[in-house]
Design a protein around this ligand. Structure first.
Ligand code: HEC
Ligand code: HEC
Length: 254
């Protein structure tokens, strides 16, 4: 009986692990560790740096070998392992640091993430707002104005921020007016900004989940649309006079 339950536990555990990594959440740590500790010497698909390109490494080496090598390449080399010795020679005896503080599951997580081409995949919020579909912009608009609830709760942006939008301006004034925010920050900086709540909410609970990446992308796209919209309205008004400002989209750049 005990054994059966033990097995069941293992199976459930594996299912949880699989579900976790499939959702991408589990790879967050792998990605962070890789970026902090490995990218100084390794690329993924961009060629040799100090060490070999790690793209496809899971196909050319055994998983168990990789875990041993990453934890302590030097002991593997000293043990005379032919592959490790060969690599060490090929890379002009450049030493890769040992990572014994990383557990096997942690390294396994990195290897799984690499096998899934993780470094080449962008988070949904890392896409440039330029590529947003009208539906995504619309989603951003309704999230911003509180017409759709944020998945993790929290006040709508419009509670504190004003924005110029003919389809429903908001007049929140605790925070800055955001019509030009996209231009002020540009895409990447705005993505990073939106990963954390504005300071007043930070005080409530620092580790509380904030926007989901998809929500963040939608809101960023909406801000871009507002910034671009206001810029073309101003341009049209300046160059053509008030009457054409009514149809600014016809005068957009080709
Ligand atoms: C200071 C540079 C440096 C850092 C940092 C580094 N490596 Fe390496 N890595 C190397 C070098 C150099 C080699 C080639 C073998 C040798 O010289 O020991 C190598 C080889 C490897 C290999 C074998 C590749 C193959 O083709 O078989 C793997 C896997 C690897 N590193 C993974 C990692 C991981 C994962 C990290 C981060 C946790 C990391 N490395 C951090 C320099 C580094
Ligand atoms: C409880 C009030 C509040 C809510 C809700 C809120 N913010 Fe803010 N926000 C602020 C305040 C106050 C500032 C100015 C201080 C700061 O930079 O943190 C700010 C600053 C900003 C800035 C920087 C503006 C600039 O000109 O530098 C951006 C962008 C922004 N918020 C976006 C958002 C978005 C998008 C949402 C909704 C997901 C949101 N905020 C929700 C209060 C809020």
């Amino acid at each position: 009986m005990q054994r059966t339950f033990g097995m069941l536990g293992v199976v459930v555990g594996i299912l949880v692990l699989v579900a976790g990594s499939a959702s991408g959440g589990d790879f967050a740590e792998a990605k962070k560790t890789f970026n902090q500790r490995c990218t100084a010497c390794h690329t993924f698909g961009k060629g040799v740096k100090v060490g070999p390109d790690l793209k496809g490494v899971g196909e050319r080496r055994e998983r168990a070998w990789l875990i041993r090598f990453i934890r302590s390449s030097q002991s593997l080399i000293k043990s005379g392992d032919p592959v490790a010795v060969g690599l060490f020679r090929e890379f002009k005896q450049e030493r890769m640091p040992d990572w014994t503080d990383l557990s096997e599951p942690q390294i396994d997580g990195i290897l799984q993430w690499l096998a899934a081409n993780g470094p080449e995949q962008k988070e949904p919020d890392e896409r440039n707002a330029e590529v947003a579909s009208p539906a995504e912009i619309e989603m951003g608009r309704s999230l911003f104005h509180g017409q759709a609830p944020l998945a993790n709760g929290g006040a709508a942006c419009s509670t504190c921020h004003g924005i110029h939008d003919a389809a429903g301006s908001s007049a929140g004034s605790l925070g800055p007016e955001l019509t030009q925010a996209y231009f002020k920050y540009q895409d990447r900086a705005l993505t990073l900004f939106l990963r954390h709540p504005c300071f007043q909410r930070k005080a409530q609970r620092t580790s509380a989940p904030y926007l989901t990446p998809r929500e963040s992308f939608a809101i960023k796209s909406y801000l871009r649309q507002r910034a671009a919209g206001s810029a073309s309205e101003v341009k049209a008004a300046a160059s053509m006079g008030a009457q054409s400002a009514a149809s600014p989209s016809k005068r957009g750049t080709p």
